[in-house]
Every structure is written in C-alpha cells, then in structure tokens.
Design a protein around this ligand. Structure first.
Ligand code: ZN
Length: 284
C-alpha cells in the first residue's frame, strides 16, 4: 500500500483519545472540547455494509495542528543533520563554519556581489559562472567566499572549500586514489579554491591542477577562487603551463577586486575623523 494512504488509514482507525471536555453532539458524534470539531465521522452507507461499523475517528483541528508541528520538527531535525554533515565535509578548518553573512559585521561592497551569487545560484550553476576574488592579503576574500559556501550549504547544496596549497600538495604526491581525488573535486556542485597561487607548483602539480579546473570546465561546473595575485599577473602568465590554467580560470570566473582598504577600516576612520572634528569644536 502507498505509504501516505497507509498513514491516513492508520490515523482514521486510531480511536481519538477522549478528554474530559469532549462531548457528544446532536448528530451523535464525539466532539473536541477544545476546537469543537468532531473527533469522529460516519462512514457512508456502502462502507457500513462492508465493515459493519458506522463511525471512524477523524482528526480535529488540535490534532491536525499537533501532527503538523511534529512533522515540522522532524523535517527541521533532518535538515540540520544534513547541513551539519555537509559542513563537516566542506571545510578543512572548523572556524570556517562561522564565516557567514550574519557574522559579516562590516558590510563590504563585495558582500552584495557574494549575496547575489547565492540568490542567483541556479543561474550561476547553469551558466557555469564563478568568481575570482583577487586583491591584497587581509581584504576579506576568503571570508566572503566562506559566506557563499555556508549560505549554499544551508540550502543543502554540496560545496567544497579547499586551501589551494593543500590541494596542490595532495596532487603533487603520487598516490593510488588520485583519480578518485580529482573526480571528487570535479563532482561537487561548487568548488572553492582558497588562496590560489602557483609559486610552489611543480610541473607535475600544475598538470594535475589543470586537470581539475579543466574537468570542471568540461562538465560545466562553477568554481570560485580567491587569490593574492593581481589580475595583471593572471593575464600575463610566465609560461604556457600557467597560461592555460589562468585562461581557464578567467573564462569561468568573474574577477572581483578586493581593495586594500577595507570598508570596516574606512568606517572606523570616518568615525575617528568626526570625533576629532567635534573635539576641535569644543576646544575653541
Ligand atoms: Zn480539537
């Protein structure tokens, strides 16, 4: 039997627990003393013939409400377990779980772009569009990429955020499950390569990185990268091995510059400026 039908029949056949407030109505049915809806219903004639009984229990408003709450609770528990599991696999560093838009206290100009990415995820995915967050160290690139990851994970979308040097290190080593490793990096709906940079890459490592990026390109899966390299450096690679990686990256990712001065610092600077002005005025 269909599970839903089974559940309904089970509910129908379960005698509704009778409370002291319940009463028998004029129609001979048991009524709920709380919501005043009948807790029973008559079978139609045909069924009475078959089963030999006239009434069956039914859900009153209170009971429907209670069931709904229980269902919502179960759904919430399931959702939280899935998200917990996804976050466990996404980040190598536990603290990254806290990199959320909610914890982004100083709203930077690029926060808007990051939020837009989450909102338009279906389009981004379909068009294989990612971001390339580039700019100086300490401008919040990784944090904002982490915010995107967490927001998508909350929607039960699988994301992996890996430190680029670690991936490069893993790929440079020769191990038997490397194909599975690369396949996994290519499989996830969104891959985030944090702190992308090629200084320490061996020729072999570069080749493997290209395999990952090209694999995602070919299967039409987006990639987000953060890097301290400038767009100028990415557009003028030192050799062909770097060139084909950077070309793919720039083809898949929209470059977003992170300026040296953070919004947070600027706000503090403005506040300080206003305060100094006020002090000067009082000193006059
Ligand atoms: Zn009721």
């Amino acid at each position: 039997m269909n599970k839903m039908v089974e559940e309904t029949v089970k509910n129908m056949m379960q005698p509704g627990e009778r409370t002291r407030e319940d009463y028998i109505g004029e129609d001979g049915l048991l009524y709920c003393g709380q919501c005043h809806e009948p807790k029973e219903a008559y079978f139609d004639q045909e069924k009475v013939g078959v089963l030999g009984i006239k009434k069956h229990p039914r859900e009153c408003e209170c009971r429907r409400q209670k069931r709904k709450e229980e269902e919502q609770y179960r759904e919430q528990q399931r959702h939280e377990a899935v998200v917990r599991e996804l976050k466990e696999h996404c980040f190598s560093d536990r603290s990254m779980k806290e990199w959320t838009f909610k914890n982004d206290k100083g709203l930077s100009e690029n926060t808007v772009l990051a939020k837009l990415y989450v909102k338009d995820w279906e389009t981004m995915k379909a068009e294989n569009t990612g971001y390339l967050f580039w700019g100086a160290v300490g401008t919040g690139k990784s944090f904002l990429a982490g915010c995107i990851a967490n927001a998508l994970l909350e929607q039960e979308i699988e994301v992996r955020m890996n430190n680029f040097a670690e991936v490069l290190n893993d790929l440079s080593a020769n191990f038997s499950e490397k194909n599975t490793y690369i396949k996994n990096l290519c499989r996830v709906p969104l891959l985030i390569l944090d702190d992308f940079g090629m200084e320490r890459g061996t020729e072999y490592g570069l080749e493997q990185i290209y395999a990952v990026i090209d694999g995602r390109y070919r299967s039409g899966k987006p990639l987000i990268a953060t890097t301290n390299l400038t767009l100028q450096e990415l557009k003028n690679p030192q050799d062909t091995a770097h060139a084909r990686i950077y070309d793919r990256l720039l083809e898949m990712c929209v470059p977003v510059q992170f300026k040296g001065e953070s919004f947070r610092k600027r706000t503090a600077q403005e506040k300080l400026g206003r305060m100094q002005k006020r002090i000067k005025e009082k000193m006059r």
